[in-house]
Write a protein that binds this ligand. Structure first.
Ligand SMILES: *[C@@H]1O[C@H](CO)[C@@H](O)[C@H](O)[C@H]1NC(C)=O
Ligand SMILES: *[C@@H]1O[C@H](CO)[C@@H](O)[C@H](O)[C@H]1NC(C)=O
Ligand SMILES: *[C@@H]1O[C@H](CO)[C@@H](O)[C@H](O)[C@H]1NC(C)=O
Length: 387
């Protein structure tokens, strides 16, 4: 039986948009499969190596391949009048398409995102005699060879991390065929570093003049949630006894926890070796969407200053508690059911003025500064310099 299965597997492959097994020998037949270029040929693939790069080629059902045509990738929008679900009679049920966009099955959205990112990096900067180079963007354009939609691909890369099959395929392409790897399968976090390097945080969620700020947290992982925490950094000169973390539920806008920083049962305090203290609480956090964390200051229950109000997976408006009436700022970064219990979201950067949020994969550091983070008080120096 097992042998039968193995032989069948050798004679078959899985079509990318229908996720159906097809016999290899049906190549090119109307009832069979053909080679689908994920980055379409019309968007600048003229000849080898770009045209025949295995990282960009998948088997697809002939009919489904032709209905994808050269549409760029993206989900239907509220204004799509002609959204089709599934995208084709023979495509998987969770595919969709409108006149311009094509959304593959959920299970391979990340795979496709990472293939396109690979193409943009491999053939985007150094293609002799080729102009313009391949690029990713939110305004795709055939002449300009800009394929998209970049923001959807970044999202898909986050919600569908590399699967075992995808890693195995990368491995085989490298060992047996092309002898190179798709780095985004090995390091999915590179995508945000390249295409989403700065989330506008300075004036919105982080300001160097802050006396205190939320610096890192972890809220979701594979299996039972573990190691959940929130870390807050407070200037030594600030009276931490006025500070509280308020946790908000995105579904109804109501607070579900209030955590005073001065409560030694709730927070541990560590030193940062600079003018700051690191307060960490290991607390259960809700898993979104649009759940929030507010850092507030005040003694009087009726009068709080909201220092920061962040959310993950969308924005929310607080309906009660100290942030009542205030809208959160979405970090645009998320953890998922596939994150490790050692992942986190946190601030990084080489000085207080350039801290920005990013996702740390297997790099959570509760009670310590984050990877790549320095928070020397540069404000002190700037005060000394006369104008
Ligand atoms: C797949 O479909 C595309 C778009 O219609 C087409 O250009 C390409 O030739 C097809 N692949 C094959 C191998 O026929
Ligand atoms: C294509 O590139 C040109 C030159 O860079 C630019 O002016 C034009 O706006 C681009 N078109 C689109 C649709 O992005
Ligand atoms: C922070 O302080 C606590 C208690 O004082 C200690 O157990 C913990 O190891 C410290 N964490 C780090 C990262 O230094």
């Amino acid at each position: 039986m097992l042998r039968m299965l193995i032989i069948l597997r050798l004679l078959q492959m899985i079509e990318i948009y229908s996720l159906r097994a097809v016999a290899k020998k049906l190549a090119g037949r109307p009832d069979g499969w053909n080679r689908e270029h994920l980055w379409p040929r019309s968007y600048g693939l003229i000849d080898a190596p770009a045209l025949s790069d295995l990282h960009n080629i998948r088997p697809a059902d002939v009919n489904v391949n032709s209905s994808r045509g050269n549409k760029y990738y993206g989900e239907c929008t509220d204004t799509s009048t002609d959204c089709l679900r599934p995208a084709n009679r023979e495509a998987a049920l969770d595919t969709e398409t409108d006149k311009q966009r094509w959304a593959p099955p959920l299970q391979v959205r990340g795979d496709i995102a990472r293939s396109l990112m690979y193409m943009a990096v491999c053939y985007g900067f150094h293609v002799p005699d080729r102009n313009p180079p391949l690029q990713l963007s939110d305004s795709p354009n055939v002449q300009n060879r800009t394929m998209g939609l970049l923001s959807e691909l970044l999202k898909w890369n986050e919600i569908d991390p590399p699967s075992r099959e995808e890693q195995l395929r990368n491995e085989r392409i490298c060992k047996l065929y092309q002898h190179n790897r798709n780095p985004f399968i090995d390091h999915p976090e590179y995508a945000n570093l390249i295409w989403k390097p700065t989330i506008p945080t300075i004036s919105t969620t982080f300001s160097p003049s802050l006396q205190a700020w939320v610096n890192e947290f972890h809220y979701n992982n594979k299996g039972e949630d573990r190691n959940e925490f929130v870390e807050v950094i407070v200037k030594r000169s600030t009276d931490a006894s006025t500070l509280k973390l308020i946790l908000y539920n995105g579904a109804d806008g109501k607070m579900y926890a209030s955590l005073p920083l001065e409560d030694g049962q709730v927070f541990t305090i560590n030193n940062s070796n600079s003018g700051f203290l690191i307060f960490t609480t290991f607390v259960r956090l809700q898993n979104g969407p649009a759940d929030g964390i507010a850092l507030v200051s005040g003694r009087n229950d009726d009068h709080y200053e909201v220092i920061q109000f962040l959310s993950y997976g969308g924005t929310l408006k607080a309906k009660d508690g100290p942030a009542k009436g205030i809208e959160s700022i979405d970090l645009q970064l998320q953890e998922t059911k596939k994150s490790s219990d050692d992942d986190s979201l946190g601030l990084t950067g080489q000085s207080l003025r350039e801290l920005h949020w990013r996702k740390f994969v297997r790099g959570a550091t509760p009670g310590k500064l984050n990877i790549g983070q320095r928070i020397e008080d540069t404000m002190i120096h700037s005060k000394i310099i006369p104008h």
